[in-house]
Design a binder for this molecule. Structure first.
Ligand code: ADP
Ligand code: MG
Length: 637
């Protein structure tokens, strides 16, 4: 309750204060700035979807602002539409263009993606400039602000419309990001492979996220055109893009407050640069924040680091500059550079990230309470372990150039079995699992699940067929809590269509998901670390968390690739116990393992690989006595 009041209270108070300003002060200049604040707020919330959540440098948002602006301008002018249909038009056009751009661009990673979006931006501005018949080209386009439901919109009313839309976008975004969508966005930033393997569909989510963020850019563009009532293509170029990125990074990524604080910064920037007094105040405030970081470091007795000292130096330069330089506008690029440097180095979480951490601590905002855990029967219903043939590998092959990692493996896994897969290092165990789970396409051979061909070469589709796996090299969602890691993967849980999610109607589903995920964490003995980010867990706990996450898929077949690797004795013992319990639910398991005692304790059947081929198969005690196995593997081990 306290949490709810604090968070919702702050949001509501900010909204009401912003809405009340035009009633209290009649200052057209201030009203203009506030209107821009609301518009850029929407724009940056959209940009933060890709920059913050997907972790990609997106340089196309200025172009979407421009496209949205021209779309609304033309729909209202030549098209004669009202303001709301025109804005909806901008939203839809940018949604479609965003999806079109995302389809190829999101196949690229990192710098390539940034370049693709940069090219799109350049292309869009050129088209706006050259398509003179439609846009008026460099001459510019004049626009009338249409009426809203028969009411003409004066400056104050238009501001309230912008503010209302910002509030709606804020609310919708908040609902979306606290649903499974937001978790999926963050998960795929940390590990696209695991996101696919957990049946979430990394690429699909990326495209949707990018298109949605672009559509918000379009909506902001529509408002932008009705605000200025005059458009020129050159307003939407590279320099604006850099400023937008600066706004997101400075405000704080992955934060709605951060987007609005960033927007405030962008709006104030021109005044900041032209008004010496404001610029001095700003520089000194920046310097103080940087110095506070150093004092905090000294108090905490940590060694002084580059990350705390460098921003002090940069901000000191800015402060000195603010008293000596006469025309700060001439120095704008250098000033941006100093600010961006200080923020990226000193406040990687941005101003609001920093403020949120401090405030949460000071106000003791409690974490949202969790529901009681579901019954295990609910989360992992008993499956029939009747020994029928479940998975078949027939002459499976996977070659990497000349390396025949898997070279004609045939193997049958039965329902309810724990099937061991052993062999020396490099014998092809992980490769076999990677082919089964769809990470690699096979070079040849067949895979059958329940007698029907299994999709090959697609983690996502294999996950959909009921096979879940863990990874030999862990693939957790590092920034997400243990609970969220499991929640991402839950199968058949999230059914609310996204428009209802935006309206906040997925809460019940979310509580159920929490309860189910808790049950799985308890099964692993991880309930004390529910809220710990995965990357802060001990190595052993991380291994267990990967198993919990795979179980969230309610799999028919669970593949564990060396789950005991690197575990201390007692942890390995605990793991054996846990695998027994999973087996007890009727789940079939393929277990890759080096410790022969673990294999003997758990496995009904064992297949031994060497050089990509099966050299033996049978019960564990027979395998241990097989001379071929001793020669190839056990003798050496
Ligand atoms: P295991 O899990 O049994 O230790 P792997 O399946 O990881 O063995 O590796 C089998 C062989 O395939 C090794 O020689 C390895 O170097 C090679 N290999 C595995 N993955 C790749 C890959 N992605 N590209 C090239 N070679 C690979
Ligand atoms: Mg391996």
């Amino acid at each position: 309750m306290k949490r709810f009041l604090l968070i919702r209270g702050a949001e509501l108070a900010a909204l009401l204060a912003l809405a009340a300003i035009p009633l209290l002060v009649a200052n057209p200049f201030a009203l203009g700035l506030l209107t821009l604040l609301a518009i850029y707020g929407i724009l940056l919330i959209g940009l933060d979807v890709t920059v913050g959540y997907l972790g990609q440098i997106n340089l196309a948002q200025a172009a979407f602002l421009g496209i949205g602006a021209y779309t609304s301008g033309l729909l209202a002018g030549a098209g004669g539409l009202g303001i709301l249909p025109a804005l909806a038009g901008s939203f839809m056009v940018c949604l479609a263009l965003g999806a079109l751009l995302a389809l190829p661009a999101l196949r690229l990673e990192g710098p390539q993606f940034a370049l693709a979006t940069l090219s799109f931006g350049a292309l869009a501005v050129t088209v706006l400039n050259e398509w003179e018949g439609l846009t008026g080209g460099a001459q510019g386009l004049s626009i009338q602000r249409p009426a809203l439901l028969g009411q003409t919109l004066d400056a104050a009313r238009f501001y309230w419309l912008c503010l209302l839309l910002l509030a709606l976008v804020w609310l919708g975004m908040k609902n979306l990001l606290s649903s499974q969508w937001g978790r999926a966005f963050e998960a795929l930033r940390d590990s696209p492979i695991a996101t696919d393997a957990m049946g979430v569909g990394a690429y699909r989510h990326k495209v949707i996220a990018f298109a949605f963020g672009s559509a918000l850019g379009g909506l902001a563009g529509g408002l932008y055109s009705f605000n200025f009532q005059y458009l020129q293509p050159l307003s939407f170029t590279y320099e604006l893009m850099v400023i937008l990125l600066l706004g997101v990074v400075l405000g704080g990524r992955k934060s709605l407050w951060g987007a609005v604080v960033g927007a405030a910064f962008i709006v104030l920037l021109p005044n900041l640069l032209s008004n010496p007094v404001m610029f001095r105040v700003f520089s000194i405030a920046g310097l103080l924040i940087a110095v506070m970081g150093v004092i905090g470091g000294i108090k905490a007795r940590t060694a002084l680091r580059f990350q705390t000292l460098a921003p002090v130096a940069a901000m000191a330069m800015l402060a000195v500059g603010s008293f000596t330089v006469e025309h700060t506008e001439d120095w704008r690029r250098a000033i941006f550079a100093l600010m961006l440097f200080s923020v990226v180095v000193g406040l990687p979480e941005g101003l609001m990230g920093y403020a949120a951490m401090t405030l949460t601590r000071l106000l003791r905002v409690p974490a949202a309470p969790l529901p009681p855990a579901s019954a295990l029967d609910d989360v992992l219903p008993m499956q029939n372990a009747d020994g029928a043939v479940l998975l078949q590998l027939r002459d499976l092959r996977r070659h990497f150039g000349g390396v025949k990692a898997v070279d004609g493996v045939s193997m049958t896994v039965r329902a309810g079995a724990v099937h061991g897969l052993i062999g020396p290092n490099g014998s092809g165990k992980s490769t076999a699992v990677n082919v089964i789970s769809g990470l690699y396409a096979p070079t040849g051979g067949e895979l059958l699940l329940d007698g029907a061909a299994l999709a090959t070469g697609s983690l996502y589709r294999v996950a959909g067929a009921g096979i879940a796996r863990t990874f030999q090299n862990l693939q957790l969602f590092g920034a997400l809590s243990a609970l969220d890691n499991v929640m991402v993967a839950l199968r058949d849980t999230y059914k609310t269509p996204w428009p209802l999610v935006l309206l906040g109607l997925a809460r019940g589903e979310e509580r159920k998901a929490q309860a189910d995920a808790l049950a799985l964490l308890q099964l692993m003995g991880l309930h004390a670390q529910t809220r710990t980010p995965a990357r802060d867990l001990t190595y052993g706990a991380q291994r267990l968390l990967e198993i919990a996450r795979a179980l969230a898929r309610k799999p028919r077949l669970l593949i564990l690739d060396e789950p005991a690797a690197g575990l201390a004795r007692p942890d390995a013992q605990q793991l054996v116990e846990i695998i027994r319990r999973i087996h007890g639910r009727g789940i079939s398991i393929v277990l890759i393992e080096h410790h022969m005692d673990v294999v003997s304790a758990l496995c009904d059947t064992v297949t031994v690989l060497d050089g990509g081929r099966v050299i033996a198969e049978g019960a564990a005690q027979d395998i241990k006595r097989d001379p071929k196995v001793i020669a190839a593997y056990l003798g050496a081990a």
